[in-house]
Write a protein that binds this ligand. Structure first.
Ligand SMILES: [Zn+2]
Ligand SMILES: [Zn+2]
Length: 318
């Protein structure tokens, strides 16, 4: 690009240049940025420049920063409370896992991420060249059908309503999980424990317990691997007991029971006090679905709680 030359360029061309290329989202940092002085801002997704579009923090289902993924965020209610997710993908995941339809769903307008509209009134564009959030096939929202069609004329994709987009997001859930895990590993969000890594609580080798192991990363870039959720929860309650320089927890990843695979720890349902034992005996078994966790509780005893409620005494049945 010739920096010194005044370039006449239409808004549409800028948008196209900025959104071309698919980003499988989990922590995409290689989007082309277009920023010529005097031109309209590029469609930047994820938002790599600081912006305050929401005060809701992180997606409770995947842990991603909602301001960074502001263009595709959703807000809704269910019987557990009010939530804000990074995307319709995480909304679909939470709806399946809670076995509830979301109520009062609001969605950000893709080209005006500071604005939220009633999802039932919005038009969604599926599979355009806009990058996706937690999906290969983006699902972005517009305040009107006309706006969605205009964007589609340049960027492709199919215009549907909220139910169409939610159905498509729900259908992709199962097949997307291994891809999301692979992406998280590639970006360094999670990593398999090496054969020599030791659980800081009990000294066992987490690599040997693929059904129960978990990991915690800290704000100063350290990562601890645990053999079990029992050890993870003991560590979290009192890190200084196990390591000298324990920094603030950044994220926690646990192995979903019994399916396997790492998942964002805060978003799951935990069965405690059951007769199912892990490497250290008593466990908080992480289930993706509330229905599956409740069923396991009815068959094996114990009760189902959310991550926030977990503590060593609860896990140990004291
Ligand atoms: Zn999410
Ligand atoms: Zn351990």
């Amino acid at each position: 690009m010739n920096e010194g030359k005044k370039i006449e360029i239409s808004r549409r061309v800028i948008l196209k240049a900025a959104v071309i290329g698919s980003c499988y989202s989990v922590a995409c940092s290689s989007l082309p940025l277009v920023a010529w002085a005097g031109d309209v801002p590029a469609v930047e997704h994820p938002m790599l420049t600081p912006g305050n579009y929401t005060n809701k923090g992180r997606c409770p289902n995947c842990g991603m920063n909602l301001n960074m993924w502001a263009r595709t965020r959703h807000e809704f209610e269910n019987s557990e409370g009010e939530f804000a997710t990074c995307s319709i993908r995480c909304l679909a995941d939470m709806s399946v896992n809670t076995d509830e339809n979301p109520a009062k769903v609001q969605v950000a307008v893709y080209l005006q991420p500071e604005k939220m509209v009633d999802a039932a009134q919005a038009s969604y564009l599926i599979g355009s060249t806009a990058s996706g959030t937690m999906t290969m096939k983006s699902k972005i929202a517009f305040a009107s059908k006309e706006a969605a069609e205009e964007f589609s004329s340049t960027h492709g994709g199919k215009v549907v309503d909220f139910n169409g987009a939610l159905t498509a997001a729900t259908k992709e859930l199962t097949m997307s999980r291994p891809k999301i895990e692979a992406k998280r590993k590639k970006k360094g969000k999670i990593e398999d424990p090496g054969p020599e890594a030791r659980c800081p609580v009990c000294g066992m080798y987490p690599a040997r317990y693929p059904q129960h192991r978990s990991q915690l990363s800290t704000a100063d870039g350290k990562r601890y691997h645990f053999c079990s959720s029992q050890c993870l929860i003991a560590f979290q309650a009192n890190p200084k007991q196990y390591v000298k320089d324990a920094a603030k927890t950044k994220s926690i990843w646990v192995t979903v029971f019994p399916d396997g695979g790492y998942e964002y720890g805060m978003g799951l349902y935990y069965l405690v006090g059951s007769s199912i034992l892990g490497p250290m005996g008593k466990e908080a078994l992480p289930y993706r679905s509330k229905v599956a966790a409740d069923k396991a509780a009815s068959e094996n005893g114990g009760k189902v709680v959310r991550f926030k409620a977990l503590n060593p005494a609860l896990v140990m049945g004291e």
